[in-house]
Design a protein around this ligand. Structure first.
Ligand code: SAH
Ligand code: F3S
Length: 482
């Protein structure tokens, strides 16, 4: 099933942009979350001003950068295996430099240089503006490390170079870092404290994307609903802001409205929502604007109150269900997706059954499901024993995946016979004669190409489905494309 993935995929930078004065070639590969892919576009922009064009041909690279993920052990092992493949290349081309960016850089810091001799450069997620200086140090024959986390870096003033783009969908970061401290999660350590980006720079980026022909923007953050702009500074320091700053602050609902009104023919998605921060105001804003599609990614991790508490999630099962009820009431056709963790320390069969029962209650459209992976330094690693046998974790994960598959099919079947607006993204992987796009609920829809083109919003009648894909027939362009 296409949408149920255990590890998100990886991507390589394409050969762009070409700046005629740039002499050196950068090969940039991203792993993990959407934020990493978006950060890589910021890195490409910073380095295009420092003499580097991106390339997708490793053999012509002068500099290789891996933008890494630490979320689970497997993600880190993937990067280590990739690094090992550069050994022979570096022997052939001694001037080749290798750098590690992102969460593994932040987590392992100088240790990386000792553990992986191939690495020359280690740069954490808040230090990308320092890359030109760090590369100059590496050129001088030294190793270079910058893993400082920042209170205010949002890269709001960098206009990203769109890599690997289909020219239709783009990602725009609106918050960085996370203050939630879920006990299993490494992100607060690798991405620092939560801060929000100036709405004006967000709107400028969105206008720029519209002018380049983009049709859909996903607003990104670890916890987008907690977005709060009050003139800069950390979210946790909002209490200390002046009365004026408090009175003029922009919250996530305000930002969504601003985006939706500024570009009424563009779609605005967002990810990720944390249940405790998703307000009625946000749900009502979604209801008011047709160009904010009815889809919410709402990770819950577990259906057991006991486990939610040890995970330090800031809500109970009951509160989560009440939020789902509100979403269903205000946005009746809203799709909802989940993240789940199977086999958290101390999880009993009963806790696991609670998770399956919660899934039955919500009937998620799809989900991202994982077995628990202990991350060094997190509260769970320090205070809890990773005591669920691997076989049990995998069995519970499989039961969660199987249940999700049933629910996904139930959900896709509800679309049969409906006429839905689909934004065309690309040619279908299975057939040259079909387009692939997504409906507002974020479900993939495949339909014959006819006279339509990528970037068109098309009204499509849904005639068939699998558990992951809708199959349809184009009727006419939607109002957004007329
Ligand atoms: N708020 C973030 C969450 C990042 S982590 C966001 O923007 O998506 C993404 C998902 O990875 C989490 O929701 C969780 O389900 C999973 N995850 C995080 N840490 C994990 C761990 N230690 N083991 C297994 N899965 C984990
Ligand atoms: Fe991680 Fe929890 Fe934040 S899952 S990213 S600490 S909301």
């Amino acid at each position: 099933m296409e949408k149920i993935i255990v590890e998100k995929d990886q991507g390589k930078a394409l050969e762009k942009p070409r700046n005629p004065i740039n002499q050196r070639k950068l090969y940039l590969e991203s792993y993990g979350c959407q934020m990493n892919f978006s950060d890589s576009e910021i890195v490409a922009s910073i380095l295009s001003k420092a003499g580097f064009d991106t390339t997708n041909r490793l053999e012509e690279a002068d500099l290789v950068l891996l933008n890494t993920c630490s979320i689970r052990d497997k993600a880190e092992q993937t990067v280590r295996k990739k690094l090992a493949t550069f050994n022979s290349l570096k022997k052939k081309k001694p001037q080749l430099k290798v750098g590690v960016l992102g969460c593994m850089a932040e987590r392992l810091k100088h240790q990386f240089l000792e553990e992986e001799k191939i690495v020359d450069l280690v740069v954490g997620p808040d230090a990308y503006k320092d890359l030109p200086n760090l590369i100059a140090e590496v050129d001088d024959g030294q190793n270079a490390v910058n893993v400082l986390l920042s209170k205010d870096e949002t890269y709001g003033d960098v206009s990203p170079v769109r890599l690997n783009t289909n020219g239709v969908n783009a990602f725009v970061s609106i918050t960085r870092g996370c203050d939630n401290m879920c006990t299993f999660c490494v992100v607060p350590f690798t991405r620092g404290r939560e801060r929000s980006r100036d709405p004006q720079s967000i709107i400028e980026e969105i206008n720029d994307l519209w002018n380049q022909g983009f049709k859909e923007v996903t607003l990104l953050g670890q916890n987008v609903d907690s977005y709060l702009w009050y003139g800069g500074g950390l979210k946790k320091d909002f209490d200390k802001a002046s009365e004026f700053q408090k009175a003029t602050a922009v919250n996530f609902a305000n930002l969504l409205e601003l985006c939706a009104k500024t570009q009424p023919k563009m779609r605005f998605r967002f990810s990720t929502s944390n249940p405790q921060d998703m307000s009625l105001e946000v749900i009502e804003t979604m209801a008011r604007f047709e160009n904010i599609p009815n889809y919410i990614h709402l990770p819950v991790q577990s259906g057991s109150d006991r486990i939610l508490k040890v995970m330090n999630r800031q809500h109970t099962r009951q509160e989560y269900m009440a939020l789902i009820d509100n979403i269903r009431k205000i946005l009746p056709n809203c799709s909802i997706s989940q993240d789940m963790i199977a086999g958290f320390p101390g999880e009993t069969e009963e806790d696991h059954q609670d998770t399956l029962a919660l899934m039955d209650y919500v009937k998620y459209d799809y989900g991202f499901m994982f077995s628990y992976s202990e991350r060094p330094g997190t509260m769970a690693a320090r205070k809890l024993v990773d005591d669920i046998p691997e076989a049990t974790k995998q069995r519970r994960l499989q039961e969660i995946i199987d249940r999700q598959r049933e629910h996904s099919l139930y959900r896709t079947q509800q679309h049969l016979g409906q006429i839905e607006e689909v934004l065309i993204e690309k040619t279908s992987k299975r057939s040259e004669a079909h387009w692939s796009g997504r409906n507002p609920q974020n479900t993939v829809v495949v339909f014959p190409k006819d006279q339509y083109k990528a970037g068109d919003f098309v009204m499509v009648k849904i005639v068939d489905c699998t558990s992951a894909t809708l199959i349809g027939e184009g009727i006419e362009l939607s109002d957004k494309s007329k």
